[in-house]
Design a protein around this ligand. Structure first.
Ligand code: NDP
Length: 284
């Protein structure tokens, strides 16, 4: 018999109109001929509980979660992963053994990008610029993977100290906070240096206020900016001979993780990479 029903997935957020996730995931579903439909759904701040009830009632296969719901959604789920609870935010929901389960794949996408470049963070000394959502997810995953020392650098203290405390309380890593005042000098012996701020996202001529002469040539330099294959921050690192990793690969990687959690099928990486590039008008 012909089946007219599609498996529903999507993203809840507000604002959400400009979120490109649907184009990326749908490209993968269509390529593999999977009966999945991605919906970009505006859910206002006070409506999240009803929205989660709705997705349960309508048998959604999963949902992505973006601002302002990444923290509040946790109370409406059956279970949350250890990583997501240490990070304090969920950005993907799926069904696991009959339970609605919250996961955070932001940092996991980053970890996949490190692995793709044969970099193991175990025992490494790492510096993260920023203390927001991306920085928290990345720093916690690095700590859980055995990073030796993580320095969180932020212009505002409360968020940075909160993240450092969470890492120190819940992982074997040693974390410390550096207040970012003026030009930041990278500590000697830094193995991995990550820009996890939003600097450079809208205006490609901007980059973090860092002493770019303080890079060691063996430092691996990463940027989370998702809409470019390179950034000024990464270009300056390349000039010093450093290996670099961009945020586009992190974005695609986390898209593939959601795809696999929702469908149970292996995600078509190349198709989804091309879809991301198309959405961001990237031609290289
Ligand atoms: P948040 O708003 O949660 O955090 C932004 C961080 O950047 C904060 O720590 C903020 O400091 C800092 N920041 C912003 N402007 C400046 C500045 N001028 N100088 C110094 N620090 C600054 O955002 P997210 O963490 O969610 O996102 C950050 C970036 O990561 C965005 O560009 C986003 O697109 C990207 N991203 C990429 C992903 C990927 O897959 N590649 C996934 C998720 C996000 P303060 O604490 O003072 O506000």
């Amino acid at each position: 018999m012909k089946n007219y029903r599609e498996n529903l997935v999507g993203v809840f957020g507000d604002p959400v109109d400009e979120n490109p996730t649907g184009a990326i995931e749908q490209a993968g579903f269509d390529y593999l001929g999977l009966p999945f439909r991605f919906l970009t759904i505006k859910v206002k701040e006070g409506d999240l509980e009803d929205a989660v009830k709705g997705m349960r009632a309508m048998n959604f296969s999963g949902i992505g979660v973006t601002m302002p719901h990444k923290q509040t959604i946790m109370q409406y789920l059956d279970e949350v992963s250890k990583d997501a609870s240490i990070i304090g935010a969920v950005n993907t929901v799926y069904w696991k053994e009959g339970k609605l389960f919250g996961e955070n794949v932001d940092g996991k996408g980053f970890m996949m990008s490190l692995k793709d470049n044969n970099i193991n963070p175990y025992g490494k000394k790492i510096v993260v610029l920023g203390a927001g959502g991306a920085a928290s997810a990345i720093a916690v995953e690095l700590a859980l993977a055995g990073a030796k020392h993580i320095t969180i650098v932020n212009i505002e203290e409360t968020q940075g100290e909160r993240l450092v405390k969470s890492i120190n309380d819940n992982t074997e890593s040693e974390a410390e906070f550096n207040l970012w005042k003026g030009t930041y000098t990278i500590p000697e012996g830094t193995d991995i240096f990550i820009n996890a701020t939003s600097i450079g996202f809208v205006d490609g001529t901007q980059c973090p206020d860092v002493d770019y002469n303080s890079y060691g040539k063996d430092t691996v330099v990463c940027d989370v900016i998702p809409n470019k294959t390179t950034t000024l921050f990464l270009d300056k690192a390349k000039e010093k001979g450093c290996k670099t990793i961009n945020g586009l690969s992190m974005l695609v990687n986390q898209g593939t993780l959601c795809f696999e959690l929702w469908t149970g099928e292996k995600a078509p990486l190349e198709v989804m990479t091309n879809a991301v590039k198309r959405e961001f008008n990237i031609t290289d």
